[in-house]
Design a binder for this molecule. Structure first.
Ligand code: SAH
Length: 231
């Protein structure tokens, strides 16, 4: 009985991985926003979310919405991208699936970066990838587009600013998620760095209760993704 259960769990895990590989192998020519969201839905959330690093995964539909629109507007295909604070890599993997030339995955947490590396290895894409483990401020490579859902600066004050500083130093196009309530501040901050707001997407962002201090199973917060471009 015991070995039967263990074997069952093993088979289920294997089947999930086969499903992930199949979904990741959907090629660009067959992609739609919907199929992108389905492929991204195979990416796991944080196993042991670290509160101080604000490890909240982006929902697959929200990730697909932003990456798809960025692709339609010419910011992804053939471009070198950085996914700063990549977590499990959902945004960067979305870019890989939509024909990016190269994606740099950057995160300070070695465990999540390793998880991202394993998932990226399953992505069937011509896109190359690189992984940088360390604080975002130590990442120095210039790119065509930054796409990031960084910490919102709730647990670690000013971490959102640190990410914006780095993003605006490394790229002239920045897609960045922030709490909607901080929109005015974020826009002014980017303006001071020489960037104009080109577009804003508003979402009700599901935060699943991966963290002990969340009481409800899923709570929603208002989050916006901003596209900033160098003035
Ligand atoms: N971008 C992912 C994860 C968002 S959670 C997604 O959209 O799902 C924020 C991520 O930023 C976490 O993975 C966390 O480990 C990382 N992070 C937090 N502070 C960081 C820092 N100073 N430098 C680099 N990464 C950081």
């Amino acid at each position: 009985m015991f070995f039967g259960v263990i074997f069952g769990i093993f088979i289920c895990t294997e089947l999930i991985w086969v499903k992930v590989s199949e979904e990741m192998s959907i090629r660009l020519r067959h992609m739609t926003k919907k199929s992108l969201a389905v492929a991204l839905s195979a990416i796991r959330g944080f196993k042991n979310a670290i509160v101080s690093l604000e490890q909240y995964p982006t929902d697959c539909n929200i990730a697909a919405e932003v990456v798809w629109d960025a692709y339609l507007k010419g910011f992804i295909e053939g471009k070198v991208i950085a996914d700063l604070g990549c977590g499990q890599g959902i945004l960067g993997i979305g870019c890989m699936l939509l024909g990016a030339a190269k994606v740099h995955f950057v995160d300070v947490d070695p465990e999540v970066l390793e998880a991202a590396r394993k998932t990226v290895a399953l992505v069937e894409s011509e896109c190359s990838s690189a992984f940088f483990e360390g604080d975002v401020s130590a990442f120095k490579i210039e790119v065509d587009t930054v796409i990031m859902n960084p910490p919102f600066g709730v647990q670690s004050e000013h971490s959102d600013r640190e990410f914006l500083d780095v993003a605006c130093r490394l790229s002239s196009v920045v897609f960045s998620f922030h709490k909607t309530s901080t929109a005015a501040f974020v826009e002014q901050y980017a303006r001071n760095l020489g960037f104009d707001l080109s577009e804003r997407y508003n979402f009700s962002f599901p935060l699943k209760s991966a963290m002990a201090h969340h009481r409800r199973n899923v709570q929603h917060i208002e989050v916006s993704c901003f596209r900033f471009e160098k003035s």
